[in-house]
Write a new protein. Structure first.
Lengths: 110, 118
């Protein structure tokens, strides 16, 4: 039973355009949501988080949107850069631990 | 050190062998997590420590898996009688306090140990 789902395994975007990564969840008791970025052979690196009581959080080129009624969150990267190419994981906190989605591999082409 | 250090980086074990994976969290970090990441999947929770207390071990897949953090710093994940399905990357993460991991800094992950059981 996958509580956090990222339905797109991969996404390809042109440099300078917007990247939108999506994540759905099933448990309405999750209280925090986080996005991590992962390069090959490295551990995940924290990007941005959002509390369940908010609907938007912004940090530079990265914005996370939360739609609680739809149990959906998204990460917007604008403008996208080739260095953003990596696997992105969304995660939700439930029961004191983080539950991760399967990841979306983003490729930003010059 | 500056980050979370895991050793070894790679481990090849014969089926049935016991293995021990080490995690050195950032100095002073209270919370420590172990995750298992299979190929093409997201990390899956194994267990959580707050200082030396193991508060949650609900994700350990069988009684062959055991974790400890006796002095509240270094942690070891031990897998007895390894099986092929144990092949995965084992990630360790730490944070200064249980709540701090969720806001500006998140949990800091190590680079992981890739375990291959042959």
């Amino acid at each position: 039973d996958q509580q956090v789902k990222q339905n797109s395994p991969s996404l390809s975007v042109q440099e300078g355009r917007i990247s939108i990564l999506n994540c759905d969840y099933t448990n309405s008791m999750f209280d925090y949501f986080l996005w991590y970025k992962k390069y090959p052979a490295e551990g995940p690196t924290f990007l941005i988080s959002i509390s369940s009581i908010k609907d938007k959080n912004e940090d530079g080129r990265f914005t996370v949107f939360l739609n609680k009624s739809a149990k959906h969150l998204s990460l917007h990267i604008v403008p996208s850069q080739p260095g953003d190419s990596a696997v992105y994981f969304c995660a939700a906190r439930g029961g004191g631990k983080l539950i991760f989605g399967q990841g979306t591999e983003l490729s930003v082409k010059p | 050190g500056a980050g979370v250090s895991q050793s070894p980086r790679y481990k090849v074990a014969k089926r049935g062998q016991d293995v021990a994976l080490r995690c050195d969290p950032i100095s002073g970090h209270v919370s420590l997590f172990w995750y298992q990441q299979a190929l093409g999947q997201g990390p899956e929770f194994l267990t959580y420590f707050q200082n030396e207390a193991q508060l949650d071990k609900s994700g350990l897949p069988s009684d062959r898996f055991f974790a400890e953090r006796p002095e509240g710093s270094v942690s070891t994940l031990k897998i007895q009688r390894t099986q092929q399905e144990d092949s995965a990357v084992y990630l360790c993460a730490s944070s200064l306090s249980p709540g701090q991991g969720l806001t500006n800094y998140g949990y800091t992950f190590g680079s992981g140990t890739r375990l291959t059981v042959v």
